[in-house]
Design a protein around this ligand. Structure first.
Ligand SMILES: [Zn+2]
Length: 456
């Protein structure tokens, strides 16, 4: 048994308490006592302590595009050309180095769990590696080294557009057909939990990896092929994610091809359900939103990416009013800061509606914590409560950004940045202390090296 004494802690159902003693055993929280003194041997966490943050939508390799895809006026084609050119240069070794450093950056930002929407499966030209899951294994190793939990969302990506074959760098994404995709991930998911399990180090929480599946989009997977992905998700009770209506052009082409919206196509193919997460959902009709709500599908918003790519502002307030569970993702890694994503949900609504006051800070923090973990299949994480995983994230309340704001959820969501996270504990194991990652101390240098190696 051990304990963490928190100067302040954000406790369910959304209140801040002072002097909170969090007892832990076997990687889980056993007791939460406000207004308590530290026990002998308690580790002290200053500032406001939150549950772990969950980054529900990540493409780790896009980290190498930060600051580069903005060249010139940084139009969409600059971004897309750079993304495909980068995708063509990755191999299992440099992918591991880049993902490890990227996940370490996430750990420093208080992210304890990441959902990787993984479609870079094969060698250039679509040739299979000797181990056809070597790229997925690189991501699993990267998360383990960075000390964060991972939900590996193995993505089915079979076409370059509606009835258009994969071309160029896209050929690395494709398995040929849905059956081949299902066979490949069958072997990944069979051997991974045993061979890739994180040593439990006296905590009983087990592996740091869960598996999930994803449909890249209605452009890249036909309705018949979607059925194969749904079958795998159903059989193994895994999370199922899908990019949905990120841009208007997808809707227009989908209407031209199927005479239905992308949401309707997904609904008709049986994709929408509890455990399904639609990523972006930026351009939906009222009827589309009703389909998501009625089916229990969640939505992952990625506001910093959506604004970087000029996608638009999704109807977050409308989703929440319909009872759709919202979660957050850093997606393209233009920014890795879930506080920025959280406040952008409210601030985007304000810009779109010319009105303040759509979400409370507590609701936004729920999106970044408990909702995010649920969307990734970790229902036992994201709250500081007995029985939950012992993930703790301390936020400095005396930084130039947060000083004078008070010990409140509002201070974290509307004033703090990722740089204000001082300490991070995952499954009762400290991975960040005093803003330093204990396993990968020089993360800036690791990112620099990993990205420089790709640009040679
Ligand atoms: Zn994405």
């Amino acid at each position: 048994m051990s304990s963490w004494w928190c100067e302040y802690a954000w406790l369910p159902p959304g209140m801040v308490a002072a002097r909170v003693l969090v007892g832990t055993e076997a990687g889980r929280i056993t007791t939460v006592e406000p207004d308590a003194d530290p026990s002998p041997g308690s580790s002290i966490l200053r500032g406001l302590v939150l549950p772990g943050l969950a980054n529900v939508h990540s493409h780790a390799f896009h980290r190498a595009l930060r600051g580069r895809a903005q060249a010139g006026r940084g139009d969409f084609w600059v971004w897309r050309d750079q993304m495909y050119s980068l995708a063509d240069r990755l191999d299992p070794d440099n992918y591991l180095a880049l993902a490890r450093a990227t996940y370490a950056e996430m750990a420093l930002a208080g992210i304890t769990c990441v959902g990787e929407f993984h479609y870079l499966h094969h060698a250039p030209g679509g040739v299979r590696y000797a181990d056809p899951n070597v790229m997925g294994h690189a991501l699993i190793a990267a998360a383990r080294d960075a000390g964060v939990r991972l939900t590996l969302l193995d993505t089915c990506y079979l076409h370059g557009g509606f009835d258009i074959p994969l071309r160029g760098a896209q050929r690395r994404f494709g398995d040929g057909d849905a059956m081949a995709w299902a066979q490949r991930i069958g072997s990944l998911q069979k051997d991974s939990p045993r061979t890739e399990a994180k040593p439990t180090e006296a905590n009983g929480t087990g592996a740091n990896v869960k598996h999930g599946v994803a449909i890249h989009s209605v452009r890249a997977v036909s309705p018949d092929e979607m059925a194969a992905v749904v079958k795998v998700a159903d059989e193994r009770k895994m999370p199922l994610h899908v990019h949905l209506s990120e841009q208007v052009a997808e809707n227009e082409r989908c209407m031209a091809r199927y005479g239905r919206t992308p949401t309707r196509v997904l609904a008709d193919a049986g994709v929408l359900r509890h455990g399904c997460v639609a990523v972006h959902a930026t351009h939906l009709t009222d009827h589309d939103s009703a389909l998501l709500a009625a089916s229990g599908t969640g939505v992952c918003l990625c506001p910093t990416t959506e604004r970087d790519l000029a996608d638009g502002i999704g109807p977050a307030g409308d989703f929440a009013a319909r009872g759709i569970a919202l979660s957050l993702g850093s997606d393209s890694q233009a920014v890795v800061d879930l506080f920025e994503e959280a406040r952008a949900v409210e601030l985007g609504e304000r810009l779109a509606s010319h009105r303040r006051g759509h979400f409370t800070a507590a609701e936004l923090l729920d999106q970044a914590t408990v909702n995010g973990h649920r969307a990734l299949g970790w229902a036992d994480a994201g709250r500081l409560a007995p029985g939950m995983r012992a993930d703790l994230v301390a936020v400095d309340l005396e930084s130039p950004r947060t000083a004078g704001c008070g010990a409140t959820a509002e201070a974290v969501v509307f004033a703090a940045s990722a740089a204000d996270v001082t300490d991070v504990v995952v499954d009762d194991r400290q991975i960040v202390r005093d803003r330093t990652h204990l396993g990968i101390p020089a993360i800036g240098r690791a990112l620099e090296h990993a990205i420089a190696a790709l640009r040679r």
